[in-house]
Design a protein around this ligand. Structure first.
Ligand SMILES: Cc1cc2nc3c(=O)[nH]c(=O)nc-3n(C[C@H](O)[C@H](O)[C@H](O)COP(=O)(O)OP(=O)(O)OC[C@H]3O[C@@H](n4cnc5c(N)ncnc54)[C@H](O)[C@@H]3O)c2cc1C
Length: 371
């Protein structure tokens, strides 16, 4: 069996899943022809200057300068992937700006145990804070805002935020992630915090060893995830999120693995220790952990507007340097068609940032600066 990608990657639409998303949609942008390899029209500045200029929210003058400047790179999104790319590019002394809508998936992580270098685990918000601090050490500032439009003009990318601010950049890294489709249940955030709802089997099934686990999903996808979870517990079931029957092969695989298949429930709630499904005729079933597998909305709309190639889940297809099919437009992290993991996004960031540095006009160090 192929290892399923982490739950909520399936990219099923919100409507199809019949559930709630936790974020809004971006608007797609107008399609234009790309050409980022343009001659330098101004000396690339140190990232410290970029950072100072980037804090445009409070300072109209700074923003006016920012608007006119052509940055080496605009990074859309300050999750683990975007923040890592920012640190790399700032350390390459590139003039960058980061714009972020503040909805990183990592903020949901109560404690991750598979991020390299944290033997005792790390909470998502702590990791984000540390990555921000690290980028800040090199002068990167992060502008709060949501880019609503990305287009090409005069050999550069022009990104416009929903509040009208805009930035020009030679290259763009899209690190905008995905938005999880969540089950409709009261106290969902608390349930995640208490580990009675988990969202990523690759991330944390190890911590759910031997628990009573339910996968809440359309039955065919549910069985695939349940089979993956059987590595960790002998007590795994599928609760259908919608009516449907599995293929004979999937049904047989479920039987062979001892995976019970439940019909759609009437409701789902948690009591702090367990998730509780209530079925028709009042039957109640409790599970220690529920993994919803309802899909996710890849935040690829900006790239789609420029004609970038995507897979069936609307996740971006990139080359070996993380460049999309649009010249100069890179994508990293969850928005890319790949395994949705922090360490993967961080690796993407290193690759994209190094390639961007190599393609941009050289920024030789001035001898007078070196003394
Ligand atoms: C409960 C939970 C537990 C998890 N546990 C683990 C774990 O243990 N280990 C692990 O490796 N992974 C884990 N993950 C997955 C991990 O959180 C993601 O893989 C990671 O956050 C992806 O990073 P990213 O930078 O690509 O995207 P994100 O962290 O999602 O950041 C994207 C950022 O871009 C912003 N953005 C989007 N569109 C725009 C726009 N148009 N303009 C401006 N900003 C925009 C968003 O607001 C957000 O701030 C977990 C996820 C969840 C939900």
């Amino acid at each position: 069996m192929p290892i399923p990608r982490s739950p909520l990657q399936a990219g099923r639409s919100r409507e199809a899943a019949g559930a709630d998303t936790l974020d809004g949609d971006d608007r797609a942008a107008e399609r234009t022809a790309p050409d980022p390899r343009t001659p330098d029209d101004g000396a690339p500045g140190d990232s410290a200057r970029a950072g100072a200029q980037a804090h445009a929210g409070d300072d109209a003058q700074a923003h006016a300068r920012n608007h006119r400047a052509r940055h080496d790179c605009l990074i859309v999104g300050a999750g683990p992937a975007g923040l890592t790319a920012a640190t790399y590019l700032a350390r390459f002394r590139r003039d960058i700006v980061v714009v972020d809508a503040g909805r990183s998936r990592a903020r949901w992580i109560p404690r991750s145990h598979n991020v390299p270098g944290f033997p005792l685990g790390v909470a998502g918000p702590t990791l984000l804070e540390r990555l921000r601090t690290q980028a800040g050490e090199y002068g990167v500032d992060i502008v709060a805002g949501r880019i609503g439009r990305l287009e090409r003009a005069d050999g550069a990318f022009v990104a416009t935020a929903e509040d009208g601010r805009s930035w020009h950049a030679r290259t763009v890294i899209l690190a905008s992630g995905i938005v999880d489709v969540m089950p409709a249940m009261p106290g969902l955030e608390d349930a995640i915090d208490r580990h009675v709802v988990r969202l990523c089997a690759v991330c944390d099934a190890y911590e759910a060893r031997d628990e009573r686990i339910a996968v809440y999903a359309p039955v065919e996808e549910g069985i695939a995830h349940a089979l993956f979870l059987r590595t960790f517990s002998p007590r795994v079931a599928v609760v259908r999120s919608e009516p449907g029957e599995p293929s004979p092969a999937a049904a047989q695989a479920a039987r062979d693995a001892g995976i019970a298949l439940w019909p759609p429930s009437v409701s789902l709630h948690h009591d702090g220790e367990c998730c509780v499904f209530i079925f028709h005729h009042g039957r109640v079933q409790r599970f220690d952990t529920v993994y919803p597998v309802l899909g996710g909305d890849a935040q690829s709309q900006l790239a789609a507007g420029l004609g970038a190639r995507m897979d069936d889940n609307r996740e971006l297809v990139v080359d070996a340097h993380q460049q999309t099919s649009v010249e100069g437009l890179y994508a990293i992290g969850d928005v890319v068609s790949a395994l949705n993991q922090i360490s993967v996004g961080v690796g993407h960031a290193a690759i994209a940032a190094s390639d961007i540095h190599q393609r941009l006009p050289r920024n030789f160090r001035d001898a007078t600066v070196a003394g």
